[in-house]
Design a protein around this ligand. Structure first.
Ligand SMILES: C[S@@+](CC[C@H](N)C(=O)[O-])C[C@H]1O[C@@H](n2cnc3c(N)ncnc32)[C@H](O)[C@@H]1O
Length: 187
């Protein structure tokens, strides 16, 4: 069976090329940062955000042990502040909501107010022919609330400016799902 969350990477790969700028809005252990870093290569740029210093430590170890090019920058700041740190338009952005996997600390999780503000800012940062993916974990109360808030907000976006897809299992409402927000190529 197809791993649903892995499908996010297919959306990303169809927009992201070597030399591009990308953002990981929820760095965690850096697996998505590694994927973005490899995708844009040594001429590209990746900035990743997390509010937990332990995530920066874990992600930098991961990036180095994977032999990623030196194209990444890890920022200890909340993701809605991304426009202060990344001035260029981005070709891809990823949100993987929830708590830091493997930390044993489930008290620090993404939360609906900052998530919504961060997603709104991230959409404004998108270049033409770009994509933003947002993975939601509705199996816990805050994750469910984030999902509902994002569903309502994303449904309000103009279909002439954005294509918004929602990819989820129809027979498992508590399983993780994701949104992909794509911008068109200018003619
Ligand atoms: C599910 S994990 C991300 C997994 C990660 N993408 C990876 O590949 O390992 C979610 C992360 O979001 C972080 N986070 C929570 N609130 C945040 C915020 N306001 N800004 C940035 N990161 C935040 C958490 O600390 C946690 O590390």
């Amino acid at each position: 069976m197809i791993d649903l969350l892995n499908m996010q990477k297919q959306f990303i790969s169809s927009h992201l090329s070597e030399g591009d700028t990308a953002v990981d809005f929820t760095m965690g252990n850096g697996y998505d940062t590694v994927f973005l870093s490899r995708s844009v290569g040594k001429e590209g740029r990746v900035t990743a955000f997390d509010i937990q210093p332990s995530a920066l430590l874990s992600a930098s170890k991961n990036l180095r042990s994977c032999g990623c090019p030196e194209n990444w920058r890890l920022v200890c700041a909340s993701h809605e502040r991304a426009p202060e740190f990344v001035r260029d338009k981005i070709k891809a952005g990823m949100f993987n909501l929830g708590y830091l996997p493997g930390s044993g600390n489930k008290s620090v999780t993404t939360s609906r107010v900052t998530t919504l503000a961060a997603v709104k800012n991230a959409i404004e940062m998108l270049d033409e022919d770009a994509v933003l993916t947002t993975a939601v974990y509705p199996g816990h109360p805050e994750g469910r609330a984030e999902g509902e808030l994002l569903t309502n907000f994303l449904a309000s976006l103009s279909r002439f400016r954005y294509s918004v897809s929602e990819i989820r299992m129809a027979n498992s409402p508590d399983s993780p799902f994701f949104f992909a927000i794509e911008t068109p190529k200018k003619k």
